[in-house]
Structures are given as C-alpha cells and as structure tokens.
Design a binder for this molecule. Structure first.
Ligand code: NAD
Ligand code: MG
Length: 389
C-alpha cells in the first residue's frame, strides 16, 4: 500500500457536537481515506451509540459516568470498547489505535486530552480553540518537541493556514481575521441589555454549538481566535487585525511583506476546513455547494465596534499582556456563557463578569501548566461567586 492509500484513523473527541457530527459526515463520504476509531461524548449517549453502531470504532468514551452501563449494554454485541469519565479521555488519547485526533470538545475540557495526544505523537486537527487560549505556549512547545503537526479546523485559521502553504520562506506582515459580526452587528448597549438566549443563539451564517454561538454574538469568539492565531502562526499581537465581513465568504487573509494579500474564500461550511485538516496536504474532491460570485456579488468590510462589544477589547488586552490572562479570561467567559444560557445573567453582564475576574485573579507572566490549571480554577470560582451560581 502506498502512503496515499492508507486509511487515516481519526479519533473524534467530541463526536456528538456540531464539529464532531460534520467530521463523521466527511468520514462517511470518504471511507477509502478515513475511519472513525475513537468517538467521545459528554452526555448524549443515544447519539454516541448510534454513531458507534454505524462507524464501528475501536473505543468510545461517555463522559457522564451514570450513562456507562446504558452505553455498554447498547454496544454489547459489538467489539467496541466502552470507557467513561473525564480521566478516560486522557487514557484513550494516550492509546495507539488512531493516527489523528480531531479535537472537537468544547471549552477548557479539551485541553488535557489534546496534550496527551500530542505527547503520544498524534497529529491534531484542532477545532478546540480554548486549548490554545488557555495554554498556547505549552501546547505549541510540546507539539514541536513531539514533532506533531497542529492543523487548524477553525475556519479563519484554516484559511490562514491554506494561504501560507508554499510560503515558508516568506514573512507575514499581518493577518486579517474576518468576523461575521454575529446576529447583533450594529446594535448598541441599550438593545443588547435586553437580548434573550433564544435570540443570541440565532447565528446568521453558521450553525454551531451553543457556546461558540454565544461567543460569536458577543465577539468573544473573535477575541479567542486572535489568541489562537498568535500561537498557531507565531505572531506578535500587533500583526493580528480583525475586520467585520458580514457575508462570511472570505474566511481570513494573510498580508505578506511585499503588501500582497492572499485570501481563502468559499461558502461558510465547516465541512471544508474539517476535511482539509484531516486530508492535509491533499485536497479531496467533494460536492459541497460552491460560491457563485454572481449570487453574492457584494463583499463588505467594516471596523469591529469594540466599544459596544467590549469582550473584543478585553481579549485584545489578554492578547497583549499574555501570561495567564487569556486563561483567566477564558474561564470567566465559560462561566458567564453558561450563566447566560441559563437565563441567570443578561447579555452585557457576561462582559462585566469577565472583566472583574480578569482584574482580580493574580497575574502570572510565565505560568507552568500546573499554574494554568490553578488560574482556570480560581477564575471559575471567582466568576461563579459574582454570579452567585
Ligand atoms: P458542541 O457543543 O456542538 O459539541 C461539543 C462536543 O464536546 C460534544 O460532543 C460534547 O459531548 C463534548 N463535550 C462537551 N463538554 C464536554 C466535557 N466537559 N468533557 C468532554 N466532552 C465534552 O460544540 P461545537 O460547536 O462542535 O464546538 C467544538 C469546538 O470547536 C469548540 O471549541 C468551538 O469553539 C470549536 N469550533 C466550532 C465551530 C463550529 O462550527 N461549531 C467552528 C469553529 C470552531
Ligand atoms: Mg472561527
């Protein structure tokens, strides 16, 4: 068998989510190229079982330990090994039954399994941006030490990655991260204060999990993505620019030292960056709908309003100051989004919670991994106390 004919064994961490289910669609459409060898889910046992019966993985993990017996029972006629609990995610990440991890768990919970996969020498397709926001220096250093490629799945970072193919000798002047602006583009605080969960969950261009959809509405998503880009592409903060592009056709751009700008374009569809990361360096033919210049003939751009969407200003601060500040910001954001989704705080309160937490947790300029874990915990407790969760 040549290298190209080998089937790549994919471990999907977070297989029941928006990214995870789309990754399985890509695998199902390309059975000669990929197999799904590990599937994990936090609580949706029914979908996990359905996926396991269809894809026959080596291993599944159900995070919620109460559901273990149910999953085990449902898969008893198969060879699928069933594990449960948080620790099992790391144990499975350390196994040899897969070639590439698709890191598609949402939030901080994705960090430890991804670190284990890197230590285990496995390539990473990285959807979980929080991993780099929390501990980007350590994650990237470990990837270099273990000669592990980290291929972005986030559409903006996939776009930049694609623009950089063939440009290894050329310096980046800056990158331009595009943002749709979310459902509340152009709105002011007097409107935002009354926004409800259901309204915030409607994204104009992308259908995604609940947390990232709220992050898109507050522009925290773009803030997290600036920090993600800093680590992935080894950039200085002032090389990262955000521009609002409501049509989501240009997924991001790179400007080189000669002033030339490369953009990667296409209809918004996460299956493309997922497929690109899994197949890199090859492109796979597909029948996804194509962008037609005659149908969407206007591509527009504007400055983000970081006075109204203050999360973007907070994230810029974290980007510049570095240390454990992005980790603190991320933890407070996870708590704030969780509280907003449960109607415990209003849309603008999310920013206040994050800001207070960032001001209160002690700054560490060069944290160890242990110190990142501690900062995350302290920030969560502090943010939860403010909200009285
Ligand atoms: P989602 O909420 O739809 O799915 C999350 C997955 O993670 C589920 O399988 C869930 O079972 C699992 N999970 C949740 N909490 C967990 C925990 N504590 N421990 C273990 N597993 C847990 O989320 P999503 O929209 O698919 O996003 C996944 C990641 O990809 C996020 O980091 C997000 O920022 C990033 N991302 C998503 C999109 C998108 O289009 N959805 C685009 C770019 C980046
Ligand atoms: Mg993105």
């Amino acid at each position: 068998m040549t290298q190209e004919q080998t089937i790549k064994r994919i471990a999907i961490f977070g297989s029941t989510g928006s990214i995870g289910t789309q990754a399985l669609e890509v695998i199902a459409a390309n059975p000669d190229k990929f197999s799904a060898d590990v599937l994990t889910a936090q609580s949706n046992d029914e979908l996990l079982v359905e996926q396991a019966l269809k894809f026959n993985p080596n291993v599944v993990v159900i995070g919620d330990e109460k559901k273990y017996t149910k999953v085990k029972e449902a898969l008893k006629a198969t060879d699928v090994k069933v594990f449960c609990g948080e620790k099992a995610l790391e144990e499975v990440a350390a196994m040899d039954c897969y070639d590439m991890m698709l890191a598609a768990i949402v939030g901080y919970a994705g960090l430890k399994p991804t670190l284990k996969a890197i230590e285990n020498g496995k390539a990473i397709g990285l959807a979980n941006k929080e991993t780099l926001v929390v501990a980007g220096d350590i994650v990237m250093r470990k990837a270099v030490e273990n000669k592990v490629p980290i291929i972005p799945v986030d559409s903006e970072h996939s776009a930049i990655f694609q623009c950089l193919v063939g440009e290894t000798r050329n310096r980046i002047e800056k990158i331009i991260l595009t943002a749709s602006g979310g459902p509340f583009i152009g709105r002011k605080p007097n409107y935002l204060v009354n926004v409800k969960r259901e309204h915030a969950l409607q994204h104009p261009n992308w259908s995604m999990g609940a947390k990232i959809t709220i992050d898109s509405a507050t522009l925290m998503n773009k803030g997290l993505e600036m920090i993600e880009a800093k680590w992935l592409f080894n950039l200085k903060p002032d090389q990262i620019q955000v521009v609002i592009h409501p049509q989501s056709i240009i997924h991001s751009m790179v400007q080189f030292e000669d002033g030339s700008i490369k953009a990667q374009m296409g209809l918004p569809d996460m299956k493309l960056p997922i497929q690109y990361a899994m197949a890199f360096p090859r492109r796979i033919k597909n029948d996804f709908p194509r962008y037609d210049f005659k149908k969407v003939s206007t591509l527009s751009f504007e400055e983000p309003d970081s006075k109204t969407f203050r999360n973007l200003a907070l994230a810029t601060d974290a980007l510049y100051k570095g240390g454990n500040l992005p980790c603190i910001m991320n933890a407070a954001n996870e708590i704030a989004v969780f509280a907003f989704l449960r109607n415990r705080i209003n849309f603008l309160d999310m920013t206040n919670v994050i800001e207070k937490t960032m001001e209160s947790i002690p700054f560490i300029a060069q944290p160890s991994l242990e110190e990142y874990f501690e900062s995350d915990g302290e920030a969560r407790n502090f943010a939860a106390d403010i909200i009285k969760l």
